[in-house]
Design a protein around this ligand. Structure first.
Ligand code: ZN
Length: 174
């Protein structure tokens, strides 16, 4: 396994919508190794989630691991995930491995019901609330090419853009 480079704000791969994973490729060594490398990378930087486009692969694949925050939280590998139901609304602080050192309060659905496929290619359905629901929404945003700044109020976004002006203009220029 190897540790992959995590794309930072300014890298155009982060603002492009990821493509669906061709499920026929799931059994291949390449994609299984990518999943293992993503797990190792996420753990090395003490993250709770990582989307494939954050490591430069624009495919609908992400991993979530809350075991650093919650006992016995399972590692979740989500392929072609889709939120089919959302309920409630809650605001809490969030960070992102692609915007290191930045935390901001983001409003998200309180509960989500999600469908997708696991790394073995089996259909899965997850009903989540709390931190898991937040992590799922954050990672699925990545797969749509959305970052924290896309979820901020207009005023907050302006402040954010001023702070990260250089990185953001680099993304646009490419
Ligand atoms: Zn993120």
């Amino acid at each position: 396994m190897s540790i992959l480079k995590v794309a930072r704000l300014g890298n155009p791969v982060l603002i492009r919508r990821a493509d669906e994973v061709d499920l026929r490729t799931l059994a291949s060594a390449g994609i299984q190794r990518l999943i293992d490398d993503m797990i190792e990378t996420m753990r090395a930087v003490h993250g709770v989630g990582l989307a494939a486009n954050q490591v430069g692969i624009p495919q609908k694949l992400c991993i979530i691991d809350l075991s650093l925050r919650e006992d016995k939280a399972p590692l979740i590998v989500l392929i072609n995930p889709l939120i089919v139901e959302r309920d409630g609304s809650v605001e809490a602080e969030e960070g992102c491995l692609s915007i290191p050192g930045y935390l901001t309060s983001i409003k998200r659905a309180e509960k989500v019901f999600l469908k997708g496929v696991n790394r073995e290619g089996k259909d899965i359905a997850i009903e989540a609330e709390g931190l898991l629901a937040r992590a799922i929404q954050h990672e699925l945003d990545h797969l749509e090419g959305l970052l924290l700044l896309d979820r901020m109020s207009p005023i907050k976004r302006e402040f954010f853009k001023r702070r990260y002006k250089k990185q953001l203009s680099e993304a646009k220029g490419k």
